[in-house]
Design a binder for this molecule. Structure first.
Ligand code: MG
Length: 233
């Protein structure tokens, strides 16, 4: 049965189950090189705008690259057409369709299921409805989840509040206080899952420091996906 205080394990997706950070970095490099040549602006200027734009958008949980790239090009004062932004955005999302991830992910999820725990995935939407779910469904371990919710898409609220955490516990038929959420962001993941009454573990594999200024105590800190089993067993 494993840890009898826990009936369910719910994971965040980006930078928790998959290495979104380096996958995205790779896509940025290729797209920004294109932008630099197309509009005759330096890569440094594009990176500077990315830093400013991402700080503003991430603070409110907006990951829609259509809005990001539009804002970057607008702030660079270059002459661009909407159709060109759309091309960059389509390229971006197709480049991140096969993210890198720790090969242990699948076996860890299988072990959790063998301990008779419900398995959930709760992630924020980052583009048009349906696109995030499509991306997740392509990964071989997606089939192991009892329930996948894309906050802001399959359910109306993003992870900026505790609502989606309450909803996925309900989906899985478990009490929030017998559920653990595992995520990389101190603000949305740890703070709001705890607000919903869940236990929370911060995963530091990809060293995401966003939201670390929020003073919340995760119940556990793990440095990789395999260590999650130490909590559940
Ligand atoms: Mg994440």
């Amino acid at each position: 049965m494993g840890n009898t205080l826990l009936d369910a394990v719910v994971f965040d997706f980006d930078n928790t189950l998959v290495d979104t950070k380096s996958t995205i970095e790779h896509a940025y490099s290729r797209i920004f090189l294109h932008m630099s040549e197309e509009y005759n602006v330096s890569l440094e200027a594009i990176r500077r705008e990315l830093a400013a734009v991402s700080t503003d958008f991430e603070a409110v949980g907006n990951y829609d690259r259509m809005q990001w790239f539009d804002a970057i090009l607008t702030n660079l004062h270059v002459n661009f057409k909407q159709v060109e932004v759309e091309k960059y955005v389509n390229d971006f999302y197709s480049m991140i369709e096969s993210p890198k991830y720790d090969p242990a992910v699948e076996s860890v999820l299988v072990s959790i299921k063998k301990l008779n725990k419900k398995l959930g995935l709760l992630t924020d939407s980052d583009y048009k409805p349906g696109t995030k779910m499509k991306r997740i469904s392509k990964l071989p371990f997606a089939r192991l989840f009892d329930k996948i919710e894309v906050a802001g898409d399959t359910i109306p609220y993003k992870k900026r509040t505790e609502s989606p955490f309450v909803i996925i516990a309900k989906d899985l038929g478990v009490a929030p206080d017998k559920t653990i959420y595992i995520g990389d962001r101190m603000d949305f993941d740890i703070k709001n899952s705890k607000k919903a009454g869940m236990k929370a573990a911060l995963i530091t594999t990809y060293n995401d420091t966003r939201g670390l200024e929020d003073v919340v105590e995760p119940d556990w800190v793990v440095s990789n996906i395999r260590e999650v089993l130490n909590i559940i067993k």
